[in-house]
Design a protein around this ligand. Structure first.
Ligand code: PRT
Ligand code: ZN
Length: 283
């Protein structure tokens, strides 16, 4: 079977999480900082370490079969690739921002103004969609200093915490694109059995991250109410305790409404609740 190639960022914000994800998928490889390619010893896969900007085109052109890269980079390069899986890290938003004392109040006020960005093609499409004609000034980095230097009236840049905008006297006023790391593939790659196997492993790691394993004790008379509060993968496992009239309930619960569920379980008589992380969930 042909060895797959996956391109990930060599260094930068997505490198560490991408390496961690692949390792959690059970793939064994050296994270060489100095080399471009690292073979995986227990799966027919090679890892290419690249600048993130090159990844979408490498995948589109078939130099790599798969890639992990921010949606912002994919959208900017306008490549034709398959989105295989959203990965939930590297989250950020491409936003329009203006100096705090600016008279620009709405998107329409951008008409005739200059906007500095490293994302000219996404911005161009956004402005066209909103019927705005503005002067797009493309710069490759430190976009946030452009208004202060008199180069532009606004900027369009990535924001995660908002700290960079704030420290440069800027404020965000519109969202252009929400982004996160995405597993992409060459068109048609989703039909390759090796790729399908890899996607399943990735999904089992992501699913595990979203859920916790919970064991609790309850008096048998409270079990019916407790069971209605617990989804489990199919349904909860109930085993009798050594103490007469009591049972242990094992289940998984979603991370997102974790505390609400725990307090309703306590109200329903659950005791000695033990919560554990899950490594993988294979359906
Ligand atoms: O060297 P290479 O070309 O591979 O990397 P790079 O320098 O081009 O990219 P890198 O490593 O900075 O970012 C990789 C990806 O991480 C981006 O393409 C995004 O998908 C994602 N990401 C998530 C971010 C941010 N958060 C982010 N905050 N990318 C950049 N930023 C920058 C932003 O441009 C701004 O300068 O961080 C600053 C703002 O951050 P806050 O927290 O102050 O708002
Ligand atoms: Zn880059």
């Amino acid at each position: 079977m042909k060895t797959l190639k996956i391109a990930i960022q060599k260094s930068g914000r997505l490198n560490e999480k991408s390496v961690e994800l692949l390792k959690n998928c059970g793939l064994s490889f050296e994270n060489y900082k100095s080399s471009l390619i690292s073979p995986v010893s227990n799966f027919p896969l090679e890892i290419l370490f690249l600048r993130d900007d090159d990844i979408p085109e490498y995948v589109q052109d078939g130099i790599a079969d798969l890639g992990i890269v921010g949606e912002n980079v994919i959208e900017e390069t306008e490549v034709d690739v398959a989105y295989l899986q959203r990965l939930g890290y590297g989250k950020c938003s491409l936003k329009l921002a203006i100096p705090v004392n600016s008279d620009i109040k709405t998107i329409a006020d951008l008409n005739g103004k200059a906007i500095a960005t490293s994302y000219p093609s996404i911005l161009k499409r956004f402005l066209a969609k909103n019927n705005i004609t503005a002067d797009i000034r493309t710069i490759s980095g430190s976009v946030e200093i452009a208004p202060g230097l008199g180069m532009s009236n606004a900027i369009c840049d990535l924001v995660s915490t908002g700290g960079t905008l704030k420290s440069n006297g800027l404020q965000a006023f519109a969202d252009v694109l929400k982004s996160e790391a995405i597993l992409i593939g060459r068109k048609g790659e989703e039909n390759n059995p090796l790729t399908q196997e890899l996607i399943q492993r990735v999904q089992s790691v992501l699913r595990a991250k979203e859920t916790k394993y919970v064991v609790l004790n309850a008096e048998n008379k409270n079990l019916d109410t407790i069971k209605t509060l617990l989804p489990g993968i199919k349904s909860p496992t109930v085993v009798p305790l050594a103490e007469e009239g009591w049972s242990a309930v094992h289940t998984v619960i979603p991370e997102k409404d974790f505390w609400e569920r725990i307090s309703s379980l306590k109200n329903a008589g659950a005791q000695g609740i033990v919560v554990m992380p899950i490594e993988k969930i294979i359906l």
